[in-house]
Design a protein. Sequence first.
Length: 101
Amino acid sequence: MKKLFLAGTVLAALISLSSCKSSSSSFEQEVKKRAEYMCKIQQLTTKAATDESVVKDLEKVKKEMNDFDSTMEIKYKDKKPDDKMSAKAEKIIKEVMDNCK
């Protein structure tokens, strides 16, 4: 289930962010921010299994990530996916998630 959640969030990040044609640093920062939300949700989900007080924090972070996703979908709604940017997004997400503890 954890892998399915991670795969789904990676896919959502790639769809909403991979088609960026604006400055590379802005794109990278946005992908990194999305990956950091993913990491935080993963951490809180693990903690929520044993600590109910974490559930509110988890819901808050999920809402923030959903709001961020909505903003990115609007920002990039007219852009077509680009393989180079998708590969870059995957690399950034992998780096952040590999360091997520």
